[in-house]
Design a protein around this ligand. Structure first.
Ligand SMILES: C[S@@+](CC[C@H](N)C(=O)[O-])C[C@H]1O[C@@H](n2cnc3c(N)ncnc32)[C@H](O)[C@@H]1O
Length: 280
């Protein structure tokens, strides 16, 4: 079967879903390791039976709503390609805004010891490492699958300044009081009763990555309060959050930290907050 015939077949299955049709190009690019222009020029290229089998499988999974990142085990974050597996949180475009800010802060303030709490695929820690190679980074997560995946991503990206820890937040780094120059986190912050939990985007994600008790604020509050003990004097805390519980988050940031600012991310919403520990 030619590429164009397979795409015509997709049109029938996906009906009016133009997105799925477009995404099929991504599947073909991935499978044949060619770019979009090559596909357009070689639309009469004959696919092997194995190719068709894979493409059909990708399509069925996608039609069921599974995210492309889980189907292809691949995700681009700030132009770096990461391996990703099901059960590990798929990084989001919004987090790129925060990491971009963090990289600038590290360079400007010459920060050295960095902690990434709830590291997932490791995109935050690895992107910092690639952009600020002189830093010492600790990446921790309570999901052992995540720690194993970060190891794989570090190998792939030739990174060797990240220390990995399986830990329930700070429990395994009790000896690092007043140590970090920057703590960054994109913690779970969704309330289990929030209807978005079961929408197409999130229903495939591991609940441990998404949900937090006390209407979504428990982990954020714990991190705001505990980080103070682990930050060096003048150290920075940078946290991603949603608009849910916004006032409470700012209240606690201001209670413990100085120079508190909240920044806008995707859709022009306030999405991450920064504060500095100043011990007088
Ligand atoms: C929203 S995901 C963020 C992942 C990654 N930092 C990113 O931005 O793509 C939250 C992460 O926190 C981890 N996590 C949840 N509870 C945790 C806990 N008690 N201790 C450590 N990590 C935890 C989850 O396993 C998940 O990887």
């Amino acid at each position: 079967m030619k590429i164009k015939n397979w795409l015509n077949k997709v049109c029938l299955y996906s009906k009016t879903n133009l997105y799925i049709y477009k995404e099929c190009y991504i599947f073909i690019e991935f499978l044949l390791k060619k770019d979009r222009i090559w596909i357009e020029i070689n639309i009469n290229f004959k696919l092997s039976l194995k190719n068709i089998e894979y493409l059909n499988l990708f399509l069925i999974r996608r039609l069921r709503g599974e995210p492309i990142a889980y189907i292809l085990n691949k995700y681009y974050f700030l132009n770096i390609s990461y391996i990703i597996y099901p059960d590990i949180f798929i990084p989001r475009l919004g987090t790129e805004y925060m990491v971009d800010y963090v990289i600038k802060l590290i360079k400007k303030e010459n920060l050295l010891n960095i902690l990434d709490l709830g590291s997932g695929t490791g995109v935050i820690a690895c992107t910092i490492s690639k952009n600020c190679p002189n830093t010492n980074i600790w990446a921790l997560d309570n999901n052992i699958l995540s720690i194993n995946l970060i190891k794989i991503n570090c190998l792939k990206l030739n990174i060797n300044n990240i220390n990995l820890l399986k830990s329930n937040w700070f429990l395994s780094i009790k000896n690092k009081f007043n140590f970090f120059n920057l703590i960054v986190s994109n913690p779970p912050y969704i309330w289990k009763k929030d209807i978005c939990v079961n929408n197409n985007d999130l229903r495939f994600e591991c609940r441990n990555s998404l949900l937090s008790k006390s209407k979504g604020i428990e982990d954020i509050l714990y991190i705001i309060i505990s980080s103070w003990n682990y930050l060096d004097n003048k150290g920075w805390l940078v946290l991603e959050h949603s608009l849910l519980n916004f006032n409470k988050i700012i209240y606690y940031f201001k209670k413990y930290y100085f120079n508190v600012y909240t920044y806008k991310g995707i859709n022009n919403n306030y999405r991450f907050t920064v504060g500095q520990k100043i011990f007088k």
